[in-house]
Write a new protein. Structure first.
Length: 297
């Protein structure tokens, strides 16, 4: 009998290839979609009322990828509330619903982000590094905690703290490359801030390993072993796109254009080390940024 996995965010740029991979490997996939009205089909839940409708069959696993994109132009108070609501209360309600089932899922793989750590300059960050007091950190911390009822009930809980995910049809790359293609790309801020990244193929492989490897539990930094300062990151983009990288975006301009979002996403330095993934035996296939970008461009 096929194992059954519930995937939230299944229509997203990670959810689609993950669903294909799961089905190829013999899983029965249930896609749970967030909706604002009355749930009308199996796999829906109302993000306002918390009403959830799932098929009447036991779940072996859950992969929770749902959440509003953080790369809006600016984080207004209203936008920050939307970001938070799309992650924390929905995850908490889903976890409580699953906990009330006759048989709880054996494993939960949840998403989070390295924004949890804030700005650490050129210091290496691992899963034991202190958390920041920023908006991103608070949201990530609450998002991770929202699934804890399942862990206390006996589910194996895994949290993947994603760095910048690079993929051809979503994530950072399609938006990031536009100014470079127009000849407007350049160093952001001082250029010294470290940008950690991960190829989307490695993310899919990591999720699959998390589902199968019973030794994996707790938080893991999903970041390639070779983060780069923005200055070097920018030079690599220029080589891949064969475009100049001579127009800088100073820190004051980032603040003016993007506000808090720009400070947290573009100017913060996060030199991530995936210490616990190394211990688990996970092997990143994409460790060189230039090869990673050429594979998706």
């Amino acid at each position: 009998m096929k194992k059954t996995v519930l995937v939230t965010g299944a229509s997203g740029f990670l959810g689609k290839p993950l669903t294909r991979r799961l089905e190829k490997d013999g899983w029965h996939v249930i896609s749970a979609r967030r909706c604002e009205g009355q749930p009308t089909e199996i796999g829906d839940w109302n993000t306002e009322s918390g009403e959830i409708r799932l098929p009447d069959r036991p779940l072996d696993a859950v992969v929770n990828l749902a959440g509003r994109s953080i790369t809006k132009f600016r984080w207004t108070s209203k936008e920050k509330e939307r970001l938070y609501q799309s992650r924390v209360p929905t995850t908490a309600k889903l976890a409580e619903h699953l906990k009330s089932m006759d048989r709880i899922p054996k494993v939960w793989v949840g998403a989070s982000g390295i924004g949890l750590y804030g700005d650490h300059g050129d210091q290496w960050i691992d899963e034991q590094s202190p958390m920041a007091a920023s908006f991103m950190a608070g949201m990530a911390r609450d998002w991770e905690s929202a699934a804890e009822p399942l862990a206390t009930a006996g589910s194996r809980l895994i949290i993947l703290r994603f760095s910048m995910i690079l993929g051809p049809y979503g994530g950072a790359w399609p938006v990031m490359k536009i100014p470079f293609q127009l000849g407007l790309g350049g160093v952001i801020g001082s250029g010294d801030q470290y940008w950690s990244w991960v190829h989307f193929d490695d993310v899919i492989r990591l999720i699959m390993q998390s589902l199968h490897d019973g030794r994996m539990e707790g938080p893991y930094n999903a970041a390639s072993p070779n983060p780069l300062p923005n200055r070097e990151f920018t030079a690599v983009i220029g080589r891949v796109l064969s475009r100049p990288t001579i127009i800088p975006l100073p820190s004051f301009a980032v603040n003016l254009l993007f506000g808090e979002m720009g400070r947290e996403l573009f100017l913060s330095s996060q030199r991530c080390h995936s210490a616990r993934l190394a211990e688990s035996g996970f092997d990143f296939r994409f460790t060189d940024l230039e090869k990673a970008l050429r594979s998706i461009n």
